[in-house]
Design a protein around this ligand. Structure first.
Ligand SMILES: Nc1ncnc2c1ncn2[C@@H]1O[C@H](COP(=O)(O)OP(=O)(O)O)[C@@H](O)[C@H]1O
Ligand SMILES: [Mg+2]
Length: 396
């Protein structure tokens, strides 16, 4: 049997050839791959894939579409002045510069000029569409939300025309975007194939470890695979990272290494995995909470060596066992009560609730990396599994 290295088996950053897991989409009880294949067969429809970050959207496209047929662009490739068809032409190596001249997209100040350009523009657009059709190419626009909002609307319009001409395209976006230029576009109603990628359950995550270690001729018990899956918090990427860390710590690639996953090294591998993530600043901001404006906050004793204010407590409670990506207010308060057993003072529900509201408004004003949870309807939802993992195992 050919010998493979752990880094070829566990691939947190790219396509996992040996550890690819096929999942059933819960809405239709059919594999995601089959849904995507079917979607691509329906001429005249645009495929919209929605799912949280790092849940396998790109990997799914790469699995279903032959690499030489896949034309991948990112929403971020389209700046406000970029011409959609020109970007695609350049991407597939078509030289249409000559026919183009300088372009003008949707310049509202110069209607006339715009019309002139539109003629040239249509010619070029048709060349690109035909090129895609003749070569059986599929366009994948990944991270569509990275395109500026007005560009999203413009691209949606372009795609609407193009799909009628049997141009095949997939648009990938994050869920719950109020500005969703594809799914909320009335012009596209009835012309969309919708695929929603759900977070991973433990059984699915386990298969990554079982497949991978099997490939490496290493034994892993079901129980250990389940433990790692629980720690991976719905993220196949985290699962791949932890398995790779385990391989490194156990020296799996050495001929003479043990061929059994040793439970005692699990926690080391979690801690080792956190070096890939950076949430120190995020956690600092959360623990600090809003500016206390000179008024000292009440401190609660946890044990002889540790005392925390309400923000510190909320963050500590989040990190407690079992790791959960959705926590009700009651569960959070139970955890806080357990933590503050040694303290004479108890926190009341209202204070915890108010503090969560405060935290929510603090992170809302900040950059994307800070959007780690959402607090609504008395539930705290972790939006970024890597954050919770870091909170549990990282140094902060
Ligand atoms: N079907 C899968 N089987 C095994 N691992 C996967 C699968 N899908 C994703 N992964 C892991 O998760 C990582 C992130 O997946 P990716 O497709 O890039 O996420 P997204 O595009 O949703 O952000 C991949 O590099 C891979 O390690
Ligand atoms: Mg992606």
């Amino acid at each position: 049997m050919e010998r493979v290295l752990s880094e070829q088996v566990f691939k947190p950053g790219s396509f996992p050839e040996y550890t690819y897991v096929s999942r059933i989409s819960p809405e239709l009880k059919v594999e995601y791959e089959i849904r995507l294949k079917q979607a691509l067969k329906i001429a005249g429809c645009l495929t919209s894939i929605i799912g949280p970050s790092k849940m396998g959207k790109t990997v799914l496209c790469e699995k279903v579409i032959d690499l030489d047929k896949l034309v991948e662009v990112s929403g971020g490739d389209f700046t406000t002045n970029a011409d959609f068809w020109k970007v695609l032409a350049v991407k597939v190596g078509l030289s249409i510069e000559g026919e183009y001249g300088e372009y003008q997209q949707y310049d509202s100040n110069s209607r006339k000029k715009q019309l002139n350009k539109t003629e040239k523009f249509i010619i070029s657009k048709d060349i690109v569409i035909n090129y895609f059709k003749e070569n059986g190419l599929v366009l994948v626009i990944d991270d569509f939300h990275y395109a500026p909002e007005e560009v999203q609307v413009y691209i949606a319009q372009q795609l609407k025309d193009a799909i009628r001409k049997e141009f095949k395209a997939i648009v990938i976006t994050l869920p719950h975007r109020a500005d969703d230029a594809i799914r909320k576009n009335a012009d596209l109603t009835g012309r969309l194939s919708l695929i929603n990628i759900e977070p991973w359950d433990k059984g699915e995550l386990k298969q990554i470890a079982i497949k991978g270690f099997n490939k490496l001729n290493v034994n892993i018990t079901d129980d250990i695979a389940l433990k790692v899956a629980t720690e991976s918090l719905t993220s196949p990427q985290l699962m791949q990272y932890i398995c790779l860390s385990l391989c490194t710590l156990l020296g799996i690639d050495d001929e003479s290494s043990q061929k059994e996953i040793d439970e005692t090294r699990l926690e080391d591998s979690y801690r080792f995995t956190t070096i890939n993530f950076e949430y120190k600043d995020v956690i600092k901001v959360l623990k600090e909470g809003p500016n206390p404006r000179g008024k000292p906050r009440k401190i609660y004793n946890i044990n002889e060596n540790e005392a925390l204010d309400v923000y510190g407590l909320i963050i500590k409670a989040l990190a407690e066992n079992p790791p959960l990506v959705g926590l009700s207010l009651d569960e959070l308060i139970n955890r806080i009560d357990r933590l503050t057993k040694a303290s004479k003072e108890k926190l009341d529900k209202k204070k915890v609730k108010d503090s969560l509201n405060q935290l929510q408004s603090i992170i809302k004003e900040k950059e994307a990396i800070y959007q780690v949870f959402e607090w609504k309807d008395n539930m705290l939802y972790i939006l970024d599994p890597l954050f919770l993992f870091y909170l549990r195992w990282g140094v902060h």
